[in-house]
Design a protein around this ligand. Structure first.
Ligand SMILES: Cc1cc2nc3c(=O)[nH]c(=O)nc-3n(C[C@H](O)[C@H](O)[C@H](O)COP(=O)(O)OP(=O)(O)OC[C@H]3O[C@@H](n4cnc5c(N)ncnc54)[C@H](O)[C@@H]3O)c2cc1C
Length: 397
């Protein structure tokens, strides 16, 4: 079957506008803040500028103020936005909000969409997604989920501890995954709850001090202690939380890849500019064979990452499960993007680890991507299991 992965003229135009907006408006602000913004005022300034430029919320349906792009369309636009660390924040496509919007569009009731999705899509509020728990709770293995939700009169009571919850500080609401049946270690039995900011049972314990710093709101440890929510706080159906998590996770994995691919391209551009100008041993740096190899390997990693993203996005747009293609793309991209940034640092020499270019900041920001949205090892384990299952099926076992 012939597959056309070329973006439509409308998507290509939006991607072009996004690239110009990032270059002209976002990168100067990024450089001023060294890639890390913590102020709501700067966030609002960036988002207002994106609205004026007509590039805001490309992934959300027009009903909620966006451009309604499918996954292939997002691939083209998100990569351009990701060219700056602050691009995704400006376009309102940063994690975890972008994945939450996707999930709310897919499974929230109309009332929940009005109450939570509309203000999230407009940038009026931020959100977070609370799944991971300190050991022995949920991490790579979601089935270890230990946070519980028990029925009380008129609703549910949530108890448990979560950590690494990106953006929780200042979020207008939290989507919390809690166990409504079964025991930790058992598959199934999870439910998602919408918990409003200010609920006295949801407490911010601490900001984690982490290698990366650019995701707005930081990474937070949360305590749910007698956190009572009403019946209509249930997102989707009771006990179906893991199924819904897949609605969010597959596309969210790909959008992370798209955004970080933008940073890989930026790193390569910085390295190539240096290699073109710097002279060593009587020639330009970029004419020395080992540097040529690093430049070429960067191009190969960038092109291969883009190809795998497009393949997975094509399947997602066809409403296929895409479990294998998203796992393959996520694993490859997370490692390839790291390699590209690391080689770019190497090409720049000492300059690469200095504050004079943003490469060392990029290095810190992309490293955790090999851990979140499924560590590489978890994905390899799942990929190999599917391959064995396919073999068994073909062998009639
Ligand atoms: C920057 C950052 C932001 C995050 N944001 C969020 C968020 O907003 N919300 C949220 O809920 N969570 C978030 N997380 C948590 C993230 O989803 C978890 O870190 C991830 O699921 C891994 O879980 P864990 O850290 O408990 O590692 P563990 O589950 O303890 O795994 C440790 C290691 O075990 C290895 N491993 C895993 N599976 C296998 C396997 N099958 N075979 C062999 N080895 C394996 C891997 O090397 C893995 O790194 C974030 C994490 C980071 C780093």
């Amino acid at each position: 079957m012939a597959v056309d992965l070329e973006p439509s003229p409308e998507v290509a135009a939006l991607a072009g506008r996004t690239a110009k907006f990032i270059r002209d408006v976002v990168i100067p602000i990024e450089e001023e803040h060294r890639g890390v913004v913590t102020s709501d005022e700067v966030r609002a300034r960036l988002q207002n500028a994106a609205k004026e430029a007509g590039v805001f919320a490309p992934h959300v349906s027009p009903e909620f103020g966006g451009h309604g792009l499918g996954m292939l369309g997002r691939a083209a636009v998100f990569e351009e936005a990701g060219y700056s660390l602050l691009g995704p924040l400006a376009l309102n496509i940063a994690a975890p909000d972008e994945g939450n919007m996707h999930m709310l569009e897919a499974i929230a009731t109309e009332d929940q969409q009005e109450r939570y999705l509309r203000p999230l899509a407009s940038g009026e509020v931020r959100s977070c997604f609370a799944m991971t728990e300190p050991a022995p709770g949920a991490g790579s293995d979601p089935g270890a989920l230990a946070t519980t939700a028990t029925r009380v009169e008129g609703g549910w009571r949530i108890d448990g501890r979560k950590w690494f919850i990106t953006g929780a500080d200042g979020a207008g609401f939290t989507i919390c995954m809690a166990r409504t049946s079964g025991e930790p270690g058992e598959a199934g039995g999870a439910t998602m709850f919408l918990v409003d900011a200010g609920n006295p049972g949801m407490k911010l314990v601490r900001h984690l001090d982490t290698l990366d710093e650019s995701l707005f709101g930081g990474h937070i440890e949360l305590l749910f202690d007698n956190c009572v929510v009403p019946e209509d706080a249930v997102l989707g159906e009771v006990d179906q939380g893991f199924r819904y998590a897949q609605v969010r996770l597959g596309p969210a994995r790909m959008t992370h890849c798209m955004r970080w691919l933008g940073i890989a391209r930026r790193a390569q551009d910085i390295a190539v500019a240096r290699a073109a100008d710097r002279r060593l041993f009587g020639s330009r740096l970029g004419e020395l064979g080992m540097v040529q190899q690093m430049i070429a390997d960067n191009e190969i990693d960038i092109a291969a990452s883009r190809g795998l993203i497009l393949q997975a996005c094509f399947e997602l747009d066809q409403q296929r499960s895409a479990s294998q293609s998203t796992a393959i793309a996520k694993t490859f991209c997370a490692e390839a993007i790291w390699r590209v940034v690391d080689r770019s640092v190497q090409i720049c020499g000492a300059l690469g680890i200095s504050g004079d270019v943003l490469l060392s900041r990029f290095l810190r920001e992309v490293r955790p991507f090999r851990i979140y949205d499924g560590p590489s090892e978890t994905h390899r384990w799942a990929i190999a299991r599917r391959v064995l299952r396919r073999h068994d099926k073909e062998a009639g076992r």
